[in-house]
Design a protein around this ligand. Structure first.
Ligand SMILES: NC(=O)C1=CN([C@@H]2O[C@H](COP(=O)(O)OP(=O)(O)OC[C@H]3O[C@@H](n4cnc5c(N)ncnc54)[C@H](O)[C@@H]3O)[C@@H](O)[C@H]2O)C=CC1
Ligand SMILES: NCC(=O)COP(=O)(O)O
Length: 339
């Protein structure tokens, strides 16, 4: 990307029967500081546009950009197997949903795009379609061969997760010292690199009630979490914890930190979503390119009605564009200092 060019982002709407396609149309109409190219099924997007009382005519992504008018939406066609019905996901379309994500990831790694913005997918439908899938975070991590961290953020709080889409029964076993240390290092680097926080303060939650109550309510805090924090503090990281999760999100405590690391999905995300559902976004830290998603799901109850709120997808576009610019500036500076 040239230093003055707008970031070029791949926008993947997600499950065709959900609200993703209509939110993608709304995001394309938003004046973003980015060039957006949709990876998805053109017919679905055209029907989604109708639900918003508008039309969408797409140009192939490799068309001469100078020919595009303001309505010249750009598309990498990833056709669905069957026409989708809003509100009713069809497992036969699982392959194209996942293919669109993979193609966008491939294009980023090839340097053709500066980042990926994703709408919601329906995890159960992808699995019903015969594709083992726990989340796009995990899919992109495996594709890039990187360990990553999921972090959701709004103006009030940033919440990262030490484990993501795991049954609760498996969480304690997954919380090894190695995993926790790598998670904190990726989170720390992401806050520094993508958010410009030079010396981030991170609050780390315990796993058990009252952070284990000195070992009387569980020993993970004593045996795993505290030793990792001690090691990383010795490396200079500003970490508090392990903290009792029930009070760690009090506003005066949040004011002292840049992010909270929760041990599992539903320890951290309900607080984040309660504090501001509409503008929150979901980031994947640790990938070679920025990936930002909506914080919400497919909202099948609203799909095709044109009433779903596009704020999270618009915030995701803006966040991804901002991070793409930060990364580009860093690369340019590095190039200059290496020269
Ligand atoms: N980024 C992603 O791909 C995510 C995908 N999901 C998937 O979505 C599916 C459905 O998940 P649910 O738990 O039902 O959560 P959901 O977020 O789809 O719906 C929960 C509630 O929030 C409302 N809602 C969601 N998005 C909205 C929007 N943009 N505007 C207004 N209201 C909105 C819905 O109408 C519903 O009442 C699941 O398969 C889940 O795995 C869930 C979270 C994130
Ligand atoms: N709750 C967040 C979520 O499910 C989104 O995960 P992912 O599909 O972005 O990995």
């Amino acid at each position: 990307m040239a230093t003055d060019a707008r970031p070029r982002l791949a926008l993947v709407p997600g499950e065709p029967a959900g609200v993703g396609p209509e939110l993608a149309i709304a995001a394309l109409r938003h004046a973003a500081d980015a060039e957006l190219v949709v990876f998805g099924d053109g017919a679905t997007l055209a029907r989604a546009a109708q639900t918003l009382g508008t039309t969408a005519s797409f140009h192939p992504a490799d068309a001469d950009r100078k020919c595009l008018g303001v309505d010249g939406l750009r598309l990498v066609e990833v056709p669905n197997a069957v026409a989708s019905t809003f509100g009713t996901p069809d497992p036969r379309n699982a392959r194209s949903v996942v293919l669109a994500l993979r193609m966008a990831a491939e294009a980023c790694i090839a340097g053709e795009y500066d980042g990926i913005v994703t709408g919601p997918v329906h995890k159960a439908t992808i699995n019903a379609g015969g594709i083992a899938y726990t989340g796009t975070t995990e899919l992109l991590a495996a594709h890039a061969g990187r360990e990553v961290v999921m972090m959701l953020a709004n103006d009030i709080v940033r919440v990262a997760l030490a484990t993501t889409h795991l049954p609760l029964r498996a969480v304690a076993d997954a919380l090894t010292a190695g995993r926790l240390e790598r998670t904190l290092r990726i989170l720390h680097a992401g806050l520094r690199g993508d958010f410009g926080i030079d010396d981030p303060a991170i609050a780390v939650l315990g796993l058990n009630p009252h952070a284990g109550e000195d070992g009387h309510l569980g020993r993970e805090e004593i045996e795993t979490i505290a030793p990792v924090l001690a090691r990383l503090r010795a490396d200079g990281m500003r970490l508090t914890g392990p903290l009792p999760a029930d009070t760690a999100f009090l506003p005066r405590k949040l004011a002292e930190v840049d992010a909270v690391l929760a041990m599992y999905h539903d320890q951290g995300l309900p607080v984040l979503k309660y504090s501001g559902f509409e503008q929150a976004v979901n980031l994947t830290l640790g990938l070679p390119y920025p990936r930002v998603a909506v914080d919400h799901g497919t909202a099948l109850d609203l799909a095709g009605k044109g009433t779903a709120d596009p704020s999270s997808l618009i915030a995701a576009v803006d966040t991804c564009a901002r991070i793409a610019r930060i990364r580009r500036t860093r690369l340019c500076r590095k190039g200059e200092s290496d020269a």
